[in-house]
Design a protein around this ligand. Structure first.
Ligand SMILES: Nc1nc2c(ncn2[C@@H]2O[C@H](COP(=O)(O)OP(=O)(O)O)[C@@H](O)[C@H]2O)c(=O)[nH]1
Ligand SMILES: [Mg+2]
Length: 271
């Protein structure tokens, strides 16, 4: 047990993940936790970012891209948090540069917590991204923002049921008025410190052929790439025919991870 603990710091971004964060253009020095802020466009991501960071923020570009990146910091109970505002996206399927940046950060940046901001008035559409992120990581807090708009439209959100179904904390917010910010911080701190037992909602494939193919491919990926954060997710994207992931595996640029041994026999796999 002690060996496992020594080698595995529970996914903390500082220390073991510094090299990958640096590749993605993020300096993690001196921070206890790295937080990613994801969500569809216009859900109030920047509003929440500003409430949390105040003047402690700066804007640059993503490494090698012309897409703007806002980074900020805040302290909470003597811990230093860095928060990175990801491009607003409807999905992580890497059909655009924005989606690719968001996906790479959640997958390879291994943030300690990903806050996914959802619009309470368009919850169903927003849950698409939530479910995609839950496929990659269980270190998630869902912020259901624009609750004032929802109320105006006679919509109620059962955050307890949603939290139970998704398996992660769900925090209702009206960020513009600062409502829910403290509750969000409490949840973030709990997830970051490992004090929340997440049971992430993951799609199960009842088709045995698909499930077998995913498992075979995930095993090959794990054997081939060191430190792959979520081989199952990568395997699913390969089977789906995601061009950018296929290219990244072929060209060995999958998060610039080191290839340790041979190459997986991707073409031999049939579903
Ligand atoms: N009514 C309402 N508007 C909000 C709330 N939070 C943000 N907004 C507004 O929604 C718009 C988009 O917010 P912004 O933070 O830029 O969203 P982003 O695109 O996700 O970064 C802005 O006009 C905000 O003032 C909220 O809780 N209630
Ligand atoms: Mg914004």
């Amino acid at each position: 047990m002690s060996v496992a603990l020594a080698n595995d710091c529970g996914g903390c971004a500082t220390g073991c993940n510094t090299a990958q964060l640096t590749r993605l253009g993020i300096k993690s020095d001196g921070f206890d936790y790295i937080i990613a802020l994801a969500g569809n466009p216009n859900t109030g991501k920047s509003t929440i970012f500003n409430k949390l960071t105040g003047l402690h923020q700066h804007v640059g570009n993503w490494a090698g891209k012309t897409v703007a990146r806002a980074e900020g910091a805040f302290n909470l109970n003597n811990k230093k948090f860095k928060i990175v505002d990801l491009p607003g996206t409807y999905s992580l399927l890497s059909t655009s540069v924005d989606e690719e940046i968001a996906r790479d950060f959640v997958l390879f940046g291994k943030p300690d917590v990903t806050i996914v901001v959802a619009d309470a008035t368009r919850l169903e559409r927003n849950l698409n991204l939530v479910l995609q992120i839950l496929e990659i990581t269980d270190r998630v807090v869902v912020a259901v923002n624009l609750m004032d708009e929802a109320k105006r439209n006679d919509l109620t959100v059962d955050e307890r049921a949603l939290s139970r179904d998704l398996g992660v904390p769900v925090i209702p917010m009206t960020a513009r008025r600062g409502e829910g910010v403290n509750e969000l911080l409490n949840a973030v701190e709990k997830v970051a410190g490992g004090g929340y037992a997440a049971r992430p909602h993951r799609i199960k494939y009842s088709d045995e052929k698909i499930e077998n193919a995913v498992q075979t491919l995930a095993k090959q990926l794990n054997e081939t790439f060191e430190n792959l954060p979520n081989a199952r997710w990568v395997a699913l994207r390969l089977l789906e025919g995601d061009e950018s992931i296929i290219r990244a595996v072929r060209e060995q640029t999958l998060g610039n991870l080191k290839q340790s041994r041979g190459f997986p026999q991707l073409v031999q796999l049939e579903v």
